[in-house]
Design a protein around this ligand. Structure first.
Ligand SMILES: C=CC1=C(C)c2cc3[nH]c(cc4nc(cc5[nH]c(cc1n2)c(C)c5CCC(=O)O)C(CCC(=O)O)=C4C)c(C)c3C=C
Ligand SMILES: [Fe+2]
Length: 464
């Protein structure tokens, strides 16, 4: 068992050549532990690396992935797995189902401190800002959702994936209930957790439906989950195993390569097509200041997919760019729209877009790629355009997710109840009330000023 400091966690995870990381947590123990599973494709060998505690200046355990706010410890209990009532919790973003849902959905999204990361001193502005930005952005967002049929397909697709995963698990002789927990819309994470509790689940695997880990996606959902579990004595005893990222799994890489190969055949000269990976962007500060492994994982993922294609004799040129930036800050580069124009200018004639951050169709594939980027590419001189569909319920992919769940199951450990991080003293409650009143007062004042002074509000024009 290797012991390393938590400040080394991120590099060891993101640069690992065998990076299937399954983390189980127990916030009472004074160690952080991570299971680094050497996923040699079909056969999985597990090695544990215990991480010694390292504290940030405010006294909480800190880890550069941004997930592990509290100390954690792993202990294995694989012998129990067969007697358990198993649950699998799929984490996803959620999307507005009707146009009326758009603004409240956007509010939930922008109110997440992992989406708009304000300095601690300005956190009290989070909700008023979320209100303002959601109101300002809603008209543009609504247009987008209107153009793809009046709402997000995410809930329907995720439900179908949940059903397909349940069946794939059954086929592999594991009976499990599969739940869906959305971060910003129905079914909310709280509802899914409530159901898990009601159903008497005794062992849980948490599987974010994002192949690569980002603070803003899997990280946000996992943190929310941790806080719900820590508040509940019963849940804090439930053995849980969290699969943080799975982009490196063979089943995923091969399924992506299959889709790309198939789509290339629709071009008259497949070998001349540029494979254009378009990943969802994140602000640069996430990666460079907060230690988000997203960019490293994305680059690793693309190189694995390209190696797989090469091994099959498909050796096309490829490029990775980042789409969907929102707000006034700098995002990961190169930007998809700028690269499309450059490629057109350089004389690239055939291009296959591959969305790679997400496994369902959603507004950014159906509207942004299929409509906006396609139009831009054609205007820029690209003549032949194609797009790889999202994986959805592709059977090889779902079967691989099922394997990931089965592999993660024995690693589940519980959060013990004694050391509830949320036991607050009376002083803390007083402070909370004071903070609440101040937040309400200043927040309303700021929202009022911004809403009624449009020039100030134009600072936020890039969110619109
Ligand atoms: C403002 C910050 C945002 C960050 C950071 C961000 C990261 C991020 N998002 C996805 C996946 C999806 N995002 C979706 C919608 C969406 N995302 C943002 C903002 C940020 N995303 C907004 C404002 C919206 C709403 C749509 C819009 O107004 O443009 C969706 C679509 C859900 C749907 O309804 O279909 C997905 C999927 C990833 C993978 C990611 C970081 C890696
Ligand atoms: Fe997003």
């Amino acid at each position: 068992m290797e012991t390393i400091s938590s400040s080394k966690l991120l590099p060891s995870i993101t640069k690992s050549s065998t990076p299937n990381h399954i983390l189980s947590f127990n916030p009472n123990k004074q160690l952080i532990s991570v299971k680094c599973c050497s996923s040699k494709r079909e056969s999985l060998s597990v090695s544990s690396c215990d991480l010694t505690r390292s504290r940030n200046p405010v006294g909480k355990t800190f880890c550069t992935t941004g997930v592990w706010t509290f100390d954690q410890h792993v202990s294995e209990s694989s012998s129990q797995v067969t007697e358990d009532k198993v649950g699998v919790l799929l984490l996803n973003l959620g999307g507005p189902e009707t146009l009326n849902d758009v603004q409240p959905f956007l509010f939930n999204l922008f109110a997440d401190p992992d989406i708009i990361r304000l300095p601690r001193l300005f956190r009290f502005l989070q909700k008023p800002l979320a209100q303002l930005i959601s109101v300002l952005r809603a008209p543009k967002s609504k247009e987008g959702y209107a153009s793809i049929g009046g709402g997000s397909p995410l809930r329907k697709i995720t439900d179908e994936q949940a059903q397909a995963l349940k069946m794939a698990l059954e086929a592999k002789r594991l009976n499990a209930n599969v739940y869906v927990a959305m971060r910003y819309w129905y079914p909310f994470t709280e509802e899914a957790v409530h159901q898990i509790k009601n159903d008497g689940i005794t062992r849980l695997v948490v599987l974010p439906l994002y192949p690569q880990y980002s603070i803003s996606t899997s990280g946000s959902s996992i943190r929310l989950l941790q806080s719900i579990f820590q508040e509940d004595t019963c849940l804090s005893r439930l053995p849980v195993s969290i699969i943080q990222s799975w982009y490196q799994r063979e089943g995923y890489i091969k399924s992506m390569a299959n889709l790309i190969e198939k789509e290339l055949q629709n071009f008259s000269k497949p070998e001349e097509v540029m494979i254009f990976f378009s990943a969802h962007g994140v602000p640069v500060t996430y990666v460079e200041d907060a230690g988000d492994p997203y960019r490293d994982q994305m680059e690793d993922c693309i190189s694995l997919i390209m190696s797989e294609l090469k091994s099959r004799g498909t050796d096309n040129n490829h490029i990775l760019a980042y789409q969907s930036r929102v707000g006034p800050v700098q995002w990961l580069k190169p930007y998809t729209d700028e690269v499309l124009v450059e490629l057109g200018q350089k004389g690239v004639k055939s291009l296959l877009a591959v969305p790679v951050s997400f496994v369902s169709e959603h507004i950014e594939t159906l509207e942004e790629i299929d409509m906006e980027y396609r139009e831009l590419a054609l205007e820029s001189g690209i003549e032949n355009w194609g797009r790889v569909p999202a994986l959805g319920c592709t059977s090889s992919f779902i079967s691989d997710l099922a394997d990931a769940v089965i592999e993660a199951l024995p690693l589940a450990t519980s959060i013990s109840p004694e050391n509830s991080m949320n036991k607050s003293t009376s002083t803390e409650s007083d402070t909370n009330i004071l903070r609440y009143v101040l937040t309400l007062f200043f927040g309303s004042a700021v929202a009022f000023v911004l809403l009624f002074f449009p020039k100030l509000a134009s600072t936020f024009k890039n969110y619109i």
